[in-house]
Design a protein around this ligand. Sequence first.
Ligand SMILES: Cc1ncc(C[n+]2csc(CCOP(=O)(O)OP(=O)(O)O)c2C)c(N)n1
Length: 313
Amino acid sequence: MDQPTAQRLYEAMLLTRLTEERLVKLFRQGQLHGSVYRSLGQEATACATAAALGPKDVIGPLIRNLGSMFVRGVTPLEVFLQYLGRATSPTGGREHNNHFGSVGRGIIAPTSMLGALIPVMAGVALSFRQKGERRVAMTWIGDGGSSTGAFYEGLNFAVVQKLPLIVVGEFNGYAFSTTPERQMAGPMSQRSQGAFTLTVDGNDAVAVYQAAAQARQCCLDGKGPVFLVCETFRMKGHAEHDDQRYVDPELLKLWAAKDPLPHLESWMTQRGWAPEPDLRSRLEARLLADAEAALAAPLPTPEGLGLGVFSDS
Ligand SMILES: Cc1ncc(C[n+]2csc(CCOP(=O)(O)OP(=O)(O)O)c2C)c(N)n1
């Protein structure tokens, strides 16, 4: 990974963390409709995978992949507007959290039904092959989500059709309060159904980036889909309303020591590429201004309820 890439990646990971921290403040102030879904500790898995893609590739993120959307150019202001349900949010107040897409930036909107994005993104990858385009599709799935039928159907289809699809498996210790041992027979990598499989330390941003770049090359070489399993840990509850009392505090301590942000920072510092010292305060100031702008934005009106539901033509 070269210096500009490392800097962009570090900034995207830090922006993800600080945006989520600001969202938690809004949640505690009672400003949000609904909860906040953190990716604390998983920023490398979301950001470094997306950072290895080309500008014409397409992503289909899930709830813990806000960072991948920042990598593709989504702004914190859009995220605040969306979480606050404002009329000027990407979905006009109809949807919450990171549930929005952006065709221009190569983002397919997250789907709540876990696993459902795999066949959707396999379809996107199929369209690339049919049109002879050198592009890849990428999506993410948790350990819990990989137990769905849609995951198996979608990945099987991609393997049979040799589609340029990267499925990032986020093996993060919990699905709500369920541990993998209670719902998976064997390691996550065994769910690959013949797809080329890589397993990587999901908290090591450089390793994740390199594995994702390798996965992308495999796809472009026509070798079919890649299942990229990232071993990481969900450092917060399922969302802010969940105090994760079922998680052993010792486990949290262990994983806190593997925080992906200081890990990447020290890797960069060793190379003389230390992030600029005022990056955090600069981002925090920007996020505060963005959150205030979003709070001042209008809520949707009842008259607008039917807009965008039916074709106007
Ligand atoms: C098909 C389906 N079943 C159940 C749910 C409810 N649900 C939402 S998130 C979640 C847990 C997901 O766990 P995992 O896939 O491991 O991802 P993580 O939350 O750990 O990132 C569940 C069961 C859902 N959204 N879709």
